[in-house]
Write a protein that binds this ligand. Structure first.
Ligand code: GTP
Ligand code: MG
Length: 575
């Protein structure tokens, strides 16, 4: 059985009569356990993407009809895994075939039987109308366990655990993304990929951010990146002579940003008018990174698709994933700190002049590096870094022509981080690490030092000021992909100071033996000053035109042009 956060889920695994699972083995097989080698981030991503392409999402019209569905689909091909979950009172099955051809065969038959008023589109979102009226089928034998995943219930259970380390681990286990969550995320990305794939042949859509970097909380948003080439396979060599033959194509926009907007508009229109289960489609063009936002109903996921900075987002996810994989304490401690920060209003759900979850994660990693639980990143030559990077030719490590900077190429070496054994010398418990985080930052001198994951001899702000890279930001969190660039330009002095004060408060709370994780959350929440609660933060600047108002290309251009300055200002505040 799986405890699934939001869902009630159970799983049916493929078995043969000679290999029947015992009732107790009705658990979802993780890629590692299923014998699939997921040694690297890329391998994990590839495995999940393939799995998603072999998967269908089926809404069961009648509860308990899963056995009937299973039996029916077995006629088409061999089923590797069937996972049931319930969301918004709807029971659904994620059904994975062992090969992609079975999915195609099934869709072919299904499209024949789907009523004639439908749009001429096929999707892997299906509905199952049960016809069975007798007693429930007993095939295959499955077990079911209902779980109460609500945050309140997790907190209630936490109250019954007295050891802070156990509380942190329990909190992480009960709130992290589950197998079903993960499968659904790759599934939705594969739907987007398929939706555009028939026009743009090499479409790739990858989840990134907390959906893949091990820091995802159940029900967190799904961030996706859209590209029209698989940039990860740049090394494939082709017969040079064939370059004489070229496609005739339309001319692309000279400005990458307008081109991305044009693609996203097509995506938004496609999702809105043709893709089953994709609702509330909005397009946010003038944001620094234009996005298409929508809701996928059967998975109940809030999704954002972006195009620009495709590669840097991917490498950032890879970096965080790699660091997290070196030591099993990293993810639980990040979860505890993120929750604390949310309770204390250090972070907010909307972007603004306060900390983001991403920045908070970098702070935790920097602390874990300082106590040698995590390695410093040493792929950068410091002299080279201060002198030449963050220059105009590269933005977030990507050149205008799409090539990766040397730094990002070196990011490919990140996988090696995982092979550095966790520091056995520092076997501090999670409780010690939590306390340590607060005492570290209450004493940290933000005025003169920078937060950096890179191995630098000189971590003083003054070294960056001399190199012309620092403008005296209240907090300088170095972007590990673009050395010398501040990834916390949005932070204002008052938020930085409040963070330090709240660390002091947290430190005091945890120094009392009677206090635990729940008291930490509660007392920090109660300590939020009234004027802060009342303060109305400015909403982030964004335009969300309804797609009914058709935006033609000229208007797109105008929006991009007029708002440019405003956008840049907004970006300075929100990123
Ligand atoms: P959630 O709050 O759970 O969504 O965490 P998240 O890590 O997914 O954060 P978010 O959705 O805000 O951002 C998605 C990803 O974009 C992050 O994981 C980072 O990889 C990247 N990202 C976010 N903010 C920044 C930033 O300020 N600079 C850079 N370079 N990357 C960022
Ligand atoms: Mg996110």
């Amino acid at each position: 059985f799986m405890l699934t956060g939001w869902y009630y889920a159970f799983v049916i695994q493929r078995y043969s009569s000679s290999n029947r699972p015992s009732t107790s083995s009705n658990s979802i097989v993780s890629p590692r356990k299923s014998g699939v080698v997921t040694q690297t981030f890329d391998a994990m991503i590839d495995f999940r993407r393939q799995q998603a392409r072999r998967t269908l999402l089926i809404h069961l019209g009648r509860s308990h009809s899963e056995s009937e569905l299973y039996k029916l689909c077995s006629r088409i091909g061999s089923i590797t895994n069937m996972t049931l979950y319930t969301t918004n009172k709807r029971e659904c099955a994620l059904l994975e075939f062992s090969n992609e051809q079975s999915v195609k065969n099934l869709l072919k038959i299904t499209s024949h039987f789907t009523n004639e008023n439908r749009l001429p589109c096929v999707s892997r979102n299906l509905y199952f109308a049960s016809q069975y009226t007798g007693a429930r089928l007993k095939y295959p034998p499955v077990g079911r366990e209902v779980q109460q995943p609500d945050d309140l219930l997790v907190d209630k259970a936490l109250n019954d655990i007295h050891n802070v380390s156990d509380q942190i681990r329990y909190f992480w286990q009960k709130t992290k993304l589950t197998e079903v969550d993960t499968r659904l995320r790759y599934f939705v990305a594969s739907l987007v990929e398929e939706a555009l794939g028939s026009i743009f042949v090499d479409t790739v859509c990858l989840p990134f951010g907390s959906s893949v970097n091990t820091f995802g909380k159940s029900r967190c948003d799904l961030d996706m990146l859209l590209s029209f080439e698989d940039f990860r396979n740049k090394n494939i060599k082709f017969d040079g002579k064939m370059q004489q033959l070229r496609f005739l194509t339309k001319r692309s926009y000279l400005n990458d940003r307008f081109q991305a907007q044009a693609y996203l508009k097509i995506l938004a229109d496609t999702l809105k008018h043709f893709m089953a289960e994709c609702t509330n489609v909005q397009i946010i063009l003038p944001a620094r990174v234009p996005i298409v936002r929508f809701q996928h109903r059967l998975s109940d996921l809030q999704c954002d698709v972006s195009m620009s900075e495709f590669k840097s987002s991917y490498y950032m996810s890879k970096l965080l994933w790699s660091l997290s994989s070196t030591d099993s304490r990293v993810a639980p401690i990040v979860f505890a700190i993120r929750r604390w920060a949310r309770e204390a209003s250090i972070t907010q759900s909307a972007p603004g002049p306060w900390f983001s979850n991403f920045q908070m994660t970098l702070l935790v990693i920097f602390y874990l590096q300082s106590i040698e639980i995590l390695p410093k990143l040493n792929y950068i030559n410091e002299q080279y870094t201060t002198a030449t990077t963050a220059t105009s030719s590269f933005q977030d490590g990507i050149a205008a022509n799409g090539d990766l900077s040397d730094d990002v190429i070196l990011m490919n070496e990140l996988e090696n981080i995982r092979h550095i054994p966790a520091n056995k010398a520092n076997n501090s418990s999670l409780a010690i690490l939590l306390k340590g985080f607060f005492s570290f930052y209450e004493k940290f001198d933000f005025q003169s030092s920078i937060i950096t994951l890179l191995e630098r001899q000189n971590m003083s702000k003054s070294s960056l000021i001399q190199a012309g890279k620092d403008k005296e930001w209240p907090i300088f969190v170095e972007n590990p992909l673009v050395p010398s660039m501040n990834a916390s330009k949005n932070l204002v002095e008052s938020e930085a100071e409040r963070f330090r004060q709240t660390c002091t408060k947290a430190s005091q709370i945890l120094s009392q033996s009677s206090k635990n994780l729940i008291s930490l959350f509660e007392e920090c929440r109660q300590a939020i000053p009234d004027d802060l609660i009342a303060r109305a933060y400015p909403a982030p600047i964004s335009i969300m035109p309804d797609l009914e108002t058709d935006i033609d290309q000229e208007e797109l251009t105008t929006i991009g042009h007029i708002q440019q300055e405003q956008i840049e200002r907004a970006f300075d505040h929100s990123h």
